[in-house]
Design a protein around this ligand. Sequence first.
Ligand code: SAH
Length: 358
Amino acid sequence: MIHAFDMSPAERLAWLREEAPARLAELYGEADRVRRATVGDAVHLRGLIEISNYCVRECGYCGLRAPHHALRRYRLTRDEVLDCAERAVELGYGTVVLQAGEDYGITRDWLTDIVRYIKLETPLAVTLSLGERPEEDLEAWRDAGADRYLIRFETSDPELYSQIHPTFRGRPSDRVEILNTLKRLGYEAGSGVMIGIPGQTFASLAADIELFRRLDLDMIGVGPYIPHPVTPLGQGLWRRDVNPAEQVPNTEEMVYRVVALTRLACPYANIPSTTALATINLANGRELGLARGANVVMPNLTPVAYRSLYEIYPSKACIFETAFACYSCIHQRIASIGRTVGSGPGGRITEVAWASWP
Ligand code: SAH
């Protein structure tokens, strides 16, 4: 028996360690059933625009880290961002996600103007994912009409987090506090973690899912940690020694377990089947994520000339496809598993709203 909504931490931990295929099939079936009952069969598409690969931070896992001097840096112009947004409308996407490294060349005013323009001129929902910006920036963008903000806490283990995510100019990094600020400002708030970070234990991963639930997140994205050779973690440095039996593997199977357990813990959340998952299983990672709890996909809209420069990890899926190729590929994949493409912004569904659904 699976305690869908009131699973204990010990049960969650046992599922993360479960190896029997028949038992895992039960878990995935339950997550799929709950997904259908709460958020339905529609898969919402969020057009991803990677607006800049500049970054001030030195995260131990990410290929955009400031010390990676060999990486050619880019920042889209206002017109390029607006062209991508227009493309999103043409392709029928309900949301654009503006993502970047933590780039203070993206100024408060520059982005305020862009958000205001998109909200005024298009029906799109606007999601931002720009790192640990000061509250004044978050507030200005919210006032300009931004609907949602994504910031992964990466791991709920404070020791591991401080090891892989150095502070910037001595400012402590508290992404949970930022998530609370975002909620107070009226954003839909999204977070998530990487799975299989060197030094990440099963117990801490179970605690991550518990934290998703406690934070009452609107969106939760999880994907495998993929080593990048230009980073300290990718080079086997900065690692904390944990008992090998406790180390979470960065495998596809582990991602599905976490997607399924996250759906059971947060039944109404919007959960993407991520690009990182598609990267480790190009053949059908996206579909399996959708079949095991996910209900969102984020097709790439970044101009192809910049795609390969947004290299947070190597061999990223979809870096050569045009926006239209990503659109066709994803539509086909969604149809192949008997699901439909969602229309409209596809925002938060609350239990109350669901109860009054026609
Ligand atoms: N600068 C923004 C957006 C970062 S990119 C921010 O820090 O929030 C979005 C996500 O990519 C990160 O939150 C991280 O979870 C993921 N990521 C970065 N490097 C990765 C890697 N090597 N493998 C897998 N995921 C990675």
